[in-house]
Design a protein around this ligand. Structure first.
Ligand code: ADP
Ligand code: MG
Length: 347
């Protein structure tokens, strides 16, 4: 491979860096009145309600540059953010991106990250309208703020699940966690036996779920199209256990989740087998699935059962504080919050 000459950020200076990073972006939303280039962006909310959410991703905590590509990091940092907007039943329209970089980053490296950000902007129809750029002594930080819109009265909260509602989840669970386990294992092998190239060909799906996750725009669109209004909703970033506890506790309800209804991908099961981890543990306590967990009234059962991308995994009960997993053998196990906590899991 030909070695490309890399441009130090100091060679360009902050303004040129920002100008270059943002020049490949165009805006598509009519609510974007003013984007990058002034002191602040201007957004027209018309008669909608505005939803705002922000996430900070830190090198070594949320991503590891030894095995994740810069482009994926850019893409993922947008996705994790707009997933929160969808979880409000809103449509993301704008983002701002703030970064802090040490001098070990070249302009080309930043440009890769922005290429990933741009891909996500295009995939989800959001406009980059601003940000901030700073240097950092060590490590790389990226913070994304997403702004979305929702019709008045259509925002869906966590604390409004009702007794007897069906609990639904999109896609499948635990794959991103198993993808991370695979990457961590291969990193250890790589560090102890230099030169060994890992073979990931059987595990493309779980790796993609970890490195380049997608947010469930399609599910929000489907629900709207079918006139299905969830009673409560949350996105699954910390694992199903943790999220269902949030919904039940804030709604002052209980729930029953059926282990045999948990959607788990074949590759997740295979990897679980290889590493001696129960797939159910990965599904319940793994993190970063970015699927949607929502509740709907029992009367919508006929409508929801048609959708193959949605699984009905249980129901809400009026037994406040009693959240149970019913195992395949019919045993009731209390669900505990062993959510995927970055503060506990990483050094
Ligand atoms: P100020 O000094 O007023 O904070 P900046 O020079 O930081 O202005 O930013 C100029 C413009 O570029 C603003 O529109 C800002 O939102 C945008 N911007 C700055 N850094 C970034 C970035 N990393 N990504 C996207 N837009 C950025
Ligand atoms: Mg600034």
């Amino acid at each position: 491979m030909k070695k490309q000459k890399l441009t130090e950020l100091s060679e360009l200076g902050e303004f040129k860096v920002i100008e270059n990073l943002t020049k490949g972006f165009s805006t598509v939303n009519k609510s974007t009145i003013k984007g990058v280039g002034d002191d602040a962006a201007v957004i027209d909310s018309a008669d909608k309600q505005t939803v705002i959410t922000t996430d900070l991703l830190v090198e070594g905590i949320h991503f590891d540059l030894t095995y994740s590509s810069l482009k994926y990091i850019g893409y993922k940092s947008v996705v994790v953010n707009i997933s929160d907007v969808y979880a409000m039943n809103a449509i993301p329209k704008q983002i701002t991106v703030s970064i802090a970089v040490s001098n070990r980053f070249s302009f080309e490296a930043l440009n890769e990250i922005y290429a990933g950000i741009n891909q996500a902007c295009k995939a989800y129809g959001v406009d980059l309208v601003g940000g901030d750029t700073s240097s950092s002594k060590i490590g790389f930080f990226i913070s994304v703020t997403a702004i979305g819109e929702v019709d008045k009265g259509k925002a869906v909260y966590r604390n409004t699940a009702q007794t007897n509602d069906l609990i639904c989840v999109s896609g499948d669970l635990g794959a991103a966690y198993m993808g991370l386990q695979l990457l961590e294992r291969e990193k250890l092998v790589f560090e102890s036996v230099p030169g060994v190239q890992p073979d990931f060909s059987n595990y493309k799906y779980i790796l993609q779920r970890q490195m380049r996750p997608d947010a469930r725009k399609d599910v929000i669109e489907l629900l709207a199209e079918k006139n299905l209004m969830p009673t409560s909703m949350i996105d699954i970033s910390d694992g199903l256990s943790s999220e269902i506890l949030h919904v039940c506790n804030s709604s002052q309800k209980g729930c029953e989740i059926h282990e045999n209804k948990l959607p788990i991908h074949e590759q997740t099961k295979q990897m679980s087998d290889e590493l001696g981890i129960e797939p159910t543990i990965a599904a319940m306590n793994g993190g970063e699935d970015y699927e949607l967990l929502f509740t709907i009234p029992l009367s919508d059962y006929e409508k929801i059962k048609e959708f193959k991308q949605i699984s009905i995994i249980g129901n809400i009960t009026d037994k406040k504080g009693k959240m149970d997993l019913i195992t395949e053998n019919g045993v009731r196990v209390p669900i505990t919050a062993q959510g995927w906590n970055t503060l506990e899991n990483k050094k």
